[in-house]
Design a protein around this ligand. Structure first.
Ligand code: NDP
Ligand code: OXD
Length: 312
């Protein structure tokens, strides 16, 4: 069995070492132009040239949860894309979103400002009931986030394509219930995959519906930059319609040093770190799936196999 590792902006060596330890007997190497054709590939944003050289590829194992970069490429005819299924990411995502939410709700930025000025001053307690949180996407990451937020007693709404039953989460389904979901939510968390249906889902007309159309909405984008129309966000913050945003992902990454987001007083920026790929957990998960396939398990029985029609 030949496994090729093709990672853009990541060093392949530690992945190769880890995969060799987990899959003794497999031939594992980094991609080079004259590398032999692979049975399975471990990839992150591979170039089209790599896929064009893979006539017998069966499994394309993405070292992230989002497969939008892969969906833009022409894939070998019999290959299946398998994304990371949690692999230690959901707890990180829950930490990140709860941190951003609570920092906003408890006005910790304002206390930080007070501390810098040596000012001992209280702010009036706010009611959780006034800060319902809407989680877009209730998959592996969104469900964990929704449960974590509910644990802090915030009202939680969730929006997905198919109905869900999650304790403490009021479910909204599909395009028909999207407006009602937005109106019922004040803090909006994006954990959708990037597909043609979800690109630009956060734009002026949708963001204006948050909080029943009243000012005060807050945006937490931890999915993909292209879910958000950046200029609309800045305009709505400057107009006072939105109260703030915590952004981890951007249309163009790395975010340009001159980008307006860096210095906007109502925006906090992190460099795509809300849920990092954990190498050891990911290698263990990928190796277990390759072992299962080689032992005869069909791709349809593996978690994390991408449905090409849905695009996630
Ligand atoms: P999943 O595929 O498990 O979940 C996707 C969810 O989105 C599902 O609940 C799905 O609904 C819902 N959904 C998809 N399309 C629509 C639509 N058109 N309308 C309504 N709901 C929709 O993905 P994960 O939870 O594993 O990951 C989500 C995304 O998070 C990734 O695609 C990636 O882009 C991003 N990510 C970001 C990271 C970061 O560090 N910033 C790290 C990891 C991931 P249904 O359940 O009905 O199918
Ligand atoms: C992912 C990511 O998709 O890191 O896993 O964004």
């Amino acid at each position: 069995m030949q496994i090729t590792v093709c990672l853009t902006n990541n060093r392949p060596e530690p992945w190769i070492d880890g995969l060799r330890a987990a899959l003794p007997g497999a031939q594992i190497a980094a991609w080079t132009a004259d590398a032999p054709a692979a049975d399975h590939a471990v990839v992150w944003e591979p170039p089209q040239a790599f896929l064009d050289q893979q006539p017998r590829l069966r499994g394309i194992f993405n070292i992230g949860a989002g497969v939008d970069a892969l969906m833009k490429l022409k894939l070998p005819p019999h290959a299946h894309i398998v994304r990371l299924d949690d692999a230690g990411m959901s707890v990180q995502m829950a930490e990140y979103v709860c941190h951003a939410l609570i920092r906003h709700f408890r006005e910790f930025d304002s206390y930080d400002e007070g501390a810098r000025a040596h000012r001992w001053a209280y702010r009036k307690p706010r009611s959780r009931a006034d800060f319902p949180v809407g989680v877009m996407g209730l998959g592996v990451l969104g469900e964990r986030v929704a449960r974590a937020v509910a644990h802090f007693d915030f009202p939680v709404n969730g929006w997905s394509r198919s109905p869900k039953s999650i304790e403490g989460v009021r479910g909204f389904v599909g395009a028909e219930q999207f407006d009602a979901f937005l109106a019922a939510s004040r803090v909006l968390v994006c954990l959708l995959p990037l597909t043609p249906q979800t690109r630009g889902v956060m734009r002026r007309e949708t963001l204006c519906q948050l909080n029943g159309g009243q000012p005060g909405g807050y945006v937490i984008n931890v999915a993909r930059g292209a879910h958000l129309v950046e200029a609309d966000l800045i305009a709505l913050l400057d107009e006072g319609q939105l109260a703030g945003a915590a952004l981890d992902v951007f249309d163009n990454e790395p975010l340009a040093p001159t980008h307006a987001f860096w210095s906007h007083p109502k925006i906090s920026v992190t460099p795509h770190v809300s849920a990092r790929t954990l190498r050891d957990e990911s290698i263990a998960q990928i190796a277990a799936k390759i072992r299962a396939i080689e032992a005869g398990t069909g791709f349809d029985r593996l978690p994390g196999v991408v449905d090409a029609q849905r695009g996630y």
